[in-house]
Design a protein around this ligand. Sequence first.
Ligand code: LLP
Length: 444
Amino acid sequence: MSVPEAIREFDGVDLASLADAYGTPCYVYSASHCRAQYEALSSALANTNHTICFAVKANSTLGVLRLFAELGAGFDIVSGGELARVLEAGGTASKVLFSGVGKRTDEIDFALKAGIGCFNVESVPELMRIEARARLLNRTAPISVRVNPEVDAETHPYISTGLKENKFGVPAAQAKEMYLHARDSDVLNVVGLDCHIGSQITKLAPFQEALAKMVELIDELQHAGIEIKHLDLGGGLGVDYDGTAGINVQAYGKAIAQGLEGRKLHFMLEPGRFLVANAGLLLTRVEYLKPSPAEGYKNFAVVDAAMNDLIRPALYEAWHEVVPVADSIDLSEAPEAAKLANWNLVGPVCESGDFIGHDRQLALREGTLLAVRSAGAYGMVQASNYNSRTRAAEILVDNGSHHSIRDRETLNDLLGPERAALARKDKADAQQSPTATPISGSSN
Ligand code: LLP
């Protein structure tokens, strides 16, 4: 195993200076990379009338959403919170698709009032609830039914969604009944058909299979007098994490054009990872080295990022490349201090599952700055405060410029909501205490 080459700059910005300025751990996103990915996908689909709806779940930071809004992207959301983010970031409501199996009434109302482009409906009761809310609010609800195409995406079981055993979507036969109901409804407006088969798909075949099945279903629906205007094939376009090629976007574009040939369908897609994964990295510094003290022990490098910052390795055994950041420490001054070894990079969280990467050949010493690559998708969005760790800062770099787009959380951010709640409780207790009647009182 060879030592990975050091990285110095990201989108024209010196990473070591960035770490000094903003502290670690911190996420860094390249605006240029996001734009390049969007343009690559858009041009691969140039022959198809299409809308790219960024899956907000992959990275929901306002500064990132704004970038896609400026490119004219639509958005795929799964909650009222994500809708609020899209609107705040300047996204266009009519280009918003609302996916997810558990849309609450208040979220449906919010989306109806905002005038979103389409509800991707995942069950019969959800369709009924959307219809009832639309009637109550005197609105029309644009809908698409999410069909489970029963296609094996050949990806990690946790991120595979198009199989019978998954909770998502409905079978084609049930979808037809839902469309018939919607067709005859005064407040439901059938606009599309959608599916999503999984995530991190690097082969073309599963997409082609799903597309063929969807097109067939659209034809059947047409015969039943139901007109589908758009086909939404979901997201799932895989990227390169470890040197294995991601989806070939040109080939994807061609396959879509072929699959839709001769039809007037508008094509929608919901990529998340493809647009942002490799636009992001997580900067982290080595806190302590614990080289193996005896036979059978491992070499541990404890870094300042943990599973609460990036849970993908712990949750999916995901592999993220970790590279040293050039000039973070002048190793020429103390070459003997950097220990070249096979390191297990672990975080400070009290769990054995807390790791960033195992068996990494690196020359490390206390203070070495590392970049965890491909961390732009499902990184910060899955961060938590576990172990009462404050969440990292996020920095947007863009052709030489850098700005914080989310400041590092402070202890006040961490404690504030609890302090406020406890203060109310204490006040209420104080008002009640002298004469308060016990809830479960004394006997007789
Ligand atoms: N549309 C729907 C309905 C989805 O459920 C998803 C992802 C996407 C679009 C976007 O998929 P993408 O293009 O990003 O593959 N946390 C996991 C990934 C979970 C994906 C969930 N759904 C991870 O870190 O790998």
